[in-house]
Design a protein around this ligand. Sequence first.
Ligand SMILES: NC(=O)c1ccc[n+]([C@@H]2O[C@H](COP(=O)([O-])OP(=O)(O)OC[C@H]3O[C@@H](n4cnc5c(N)ncnc54)[C@H](O)[C@@H]3O)[C@@H](O)[C@H]2O)c1
Length: 237
Amino acid sequence: MIIGEPHTEKPIRWAMVGGGRGSQIGYVHRSAALRDRAFDLIAGAFDIDAKRGRDFGVELGVAADRCYPNYGALFAGEAARPDGIQAVSIATPNNTHFEIAKAALAHGLHVVCEKPLCFTVTEAEALQRLAGESGKVVGVTYGYAGHQMIEQARAMVAAGQLGDIRLVNMQFAHGFHNEAVEEKNPSTGPATCSATSARTRSILLRPSLPSSRSSGCSARARASSRAVRRSRTMRSH
Ligand SMILES: NC(=O)c1ccc[n+]([C@@H]2O[C@H](COP(=O)([O-])OP(=O)(O)OC[C@H]3O[C@@H](n4cnc5c(N)ncnc54)[C@H](O)[C@@H]3O)[C@@H](O)[C@H]2O)c1
């Protein structure tokens, strides 16, 4: 329940690995976790750069001696304290999640891990086994599973408003990450987005999408799809 009032007398003693200053998702974890005061942020290894992480942690109100230079020191240091952390959020780059989650479970911590939890089924099964053995919870932040747009789409499908679903095509245009991805693989660029968005929207959203509220991408998509139709028409004559 997001009400801003405490609903537990004993907030969970909590730390973060990653999510340092300027990171994209760190603030989201902190603001969500602290919103109903179920978590106390009391330790962390917030940054790949130890000094920057320490400065940032102190600014957040974490004691300097509990701002650790890396996750190994965090887990070991906190395990040695009677008031050590009970849970940790992992908000580091993808290729670090598995090792950090494994280490956290080995230290008896509950884990909230950014997506993706790991890269292979074998890794996932190893984490599942460790979590089972230690009786700890591992949660992955698939935030969009609870997004209103997804709920609306689900309700529309359930109500039969979209008929039989033959194709679901989703894209997530992701801010500054786009450019690096597009450089590596030009087929992910705006032109592709436009063409597929036009088809997707015509399948998924036609019943309720007023044209005045459509995005720039879908406007481009409609223009591009009109152009495709025009050129097909011209070719067929
Ligand atoms: N759930 C979502 O909707 C969502 C959205 C954005 C990002 N993410 C995920 O969150 C994770 C982080 O993404 P981001 O965009 O915030 O990255 P980012 O690069 O902006 O920030 C990463 C942070 O982790 C720190 N860091 C890196 N390696 C570290 C290590 N070994 N130990 C401690 N700190 C370390 C960096 O210094 C930085 O502060 C990624 O796995 C990404 O997939 C999820």
